[in-house]
Design a binder for this molecule. Structure first.
Ligand code: PEP
Ligand code: MG
Length: 537
């Protein structure tokens, strides 16, 4: 069994087809003169544009408009006069067209790959895709025709570039497996858009799996079973059947409003961790984003993101959501989310320690950078700010002062911004108990049941000896939830829930009865949550 990252839900059962990287060795190509090489280059660019346009058209139908834009972006990138003039210069100094493409694209690739930003890294992979395709055209290399693979094929590659993915026929491809890439890579986004199960970053999969091997791919857990037993195949066929039936049944909820039988209008939003996830919310029928966990922008790097990087991330989400509400939670680090360079230091009780808003209010420069970038991004959509782990009124008041300070600074600097409504997470017993007072300070609540359950029951859910106490249905937790909703309603403010419990089928009827307005869940749970709400009285 191989353990990859579950990047696109579903189960795929079928035969392995390994897609080897094409041989792009151009060392034997002879220089045929500057003009001839330039003619070859421009002919190849023309063919590239034509083929890419066709692929984008195909992708529009199989995955959607937004996905096709990735490929259309390749044409735009290649139309960059600087890129082409650099290639011409290379040719003038004696390089064959293939080498010119290689050198210039590699230069752009290195430039994008060096920037520590997810979006820029994606650009780097776009440039690599452009380079490989152009060199293939120049060399006349025919790659394996992915669109013609047999039914129930499982494709394995180092990575699926957008141009490769665009050729995938969802009727024949049962799953994809890659050696690199994560949930936000192009391969993942496109696989999800096409509904193809995917396990990405499956270690050494190109070597461990042989052409023709029978495989099962669990796109939820990222597991790949190689030559499974008949019992395993039957078990997964059954799981697949249940999953597909349920998925089919949920389709009718895609364009439906979230309205209960008695006519109460609710909202189902998605939770995200990275800007690209916003696409996933749209693709799953989300009406907005109820929780953007911004700490993910601070992870997997060795210094904090700049104001510009954060502005780019938040405004990208706002643009993707096209006017739909986006609730951005300010940095929620500490506890189980340690970030070395923030130097929180070792603590005996990190969950009760220097974390989230407590850390941010003591590190004003860092916090202000985040607030400024959110206020600036608010010009591009309906953005709201949400404070994590609030326990007392003073924290909210201090945060408000900082926000006002940031607004004043932006005003003085002549930088465009918009005021963003402020809300708090109710995820500590203290916040729930003073929710009547907090409601007078802010414009909305979002109940974080993941932490609220832990703190109310005084239980560390990672500790197996006490995990039976980690239960949202404990009367104390339910009372904290009910009280919070009632206090929000009494004050006339909006109240949502962004903890995992918002998708709990058994809890949803109670939440509806108490008056919860918004349910923010993992994108793949959006339609099921809407269905459950629509079935409530
Ligand atoms: C929560 O605590 O319920 C919550 C949504 O926050 P996180 O899971 O990010 O701690
Ligand atoms: Mg929390």
């Amino acid at each position: 069994m191989l353990q990859g990252i579950g990047a696109s839900p579903g189960y795929g059962i079928g035969k392995a087809i390994i897609i080897e990287d094409a041989n792009l060795d151009y060392s034997s190509v002879k220089y045929s003169g500057a003009q001839e090489e330039k003619d070859r280059l421009y002919k190849a660019v023309e063919q590239f544009n034509e083929e890419t346009r066709e692929m984008a058209e195909g992708l529009k139908k199989s995955a959607g408009e937004k996905e096709a834009e990735i490929l259309e972006g390749h044409i735009t990138m290649l139309a960059d006069p600087f890129m082409l003039s650099q290639m011409e210069e290379n040719i003038d100094s004696g390089a064959v067209a293939e080498a010119a493409v290689d050198t210039v694209c590699t230069m752009f690739y290195d430039m994008f790959a060096a920037i520590e930003d997810e979006m820029m890294r994606q650009r780097a992979s776009d440039v690599k895709d452009i380079k490989d395709t152009l060199i293939k055209i120049l060399l006349g290399v025919k790659s394996i025709d992915i669109s013609a693979v047999a039914k129930d094929s499982i494709l394995i590659a180092n990575d699926f570039t957008p141009s490769m993915t665009s050729q995938i026929n969802g009727d024949n491809v049962a799953a994809i497996i890659t050696e690199v890439g994560g949930v936000t890579s192009h391969s993942a986004i496109l696989a999800r858009a096409m509904g193809i199960p995917a396990s990405l970053s499956a270690p050494n999969c190109m070597n461990v799996i042989q052409n023709g091997d029978m495989l099962i791919v669990d796109g939820f857990k990222g597991k790949v079973y190689i030559n499974p037993s008949d019992d395993e195949i039957n078990e997964f066929r059954q799981k697949q059947k249940v999953y597909l039936e349920e998925k089919e049944g949920l389709k009718v909820y895609f364009n439906k409003k979230t309205v209960t039988k008695s006519g109460l209008v609710k909202k189902v939003y998605g939770n995200i961790g990275k800007p690209d996830d916003a696409q996933n919310v749209i693709q799953n029928g989300g009406e907005g984003i109820g929780l953007f966990r911004t700490e993910f922008l601070f992870m997997d790097r060795d210094h904090e993101p700049t104001e510009e990087e954060q502005f780019e991330a938040y405004s990208t989400v706002a643009k993707t959501m096209d006017g739909k509400e986006v609730i951005i939670r300010t940095l929620d680090i500490g506890g189980d989310k340690a970030i070395d360079y923030l130097k929180i230091g070792r603590e005996d009780n990190p969950f009760l320690g220097f974390r989230a808003i407590r850390y941010c209010l003591k590190n004003k420069e860092l916090y202000k950078k985040q607030i400024r970038s959110i206020l600036r991004a608010a010009c591009f959509g309906d953005i709201k700010i949400m404070l994590p782990l609030v326990t007392c009124l003073e924290e909210v008041r201090q945060a408000k002062e900082l926000i006002a300070e940031c607004e004043q600074e932006l005003e003085n600097e002549g930088i465009k911004y918009r005021k963003a409504p402020l809300g708090v997470m109710i995820e500590t017993p203290s916040a729930a108990i003073i929710s009547d007072l907090l409601a007078k300070e802010v414009e909305f609540f979002s109940i974080g049941t993941n932490d609220l359950t832990g703190y109310t029951m005084a239980v560390d859910r990672g500790n197996a000896n006490v995990s039976h106490l980690y239960d949202v249905f404990q009367p104390s937790v339910l009372r904290a939830i009910e009280m919070t909703i009632k206090n929000a309603k009494a004050a006339g403010i909006m109240v949502g829930m962004c903890g995992e419990a918002a998708a709990n089928e058994l809890l949803i009827p109670k939440l509806v009865e108490w008056g919860l307005d918004e349910f923010s869940v993992t994108p793949s749970s959006i339609l099921k949550t809407r269905k459950t709400i629509c079935e409530c009285e």
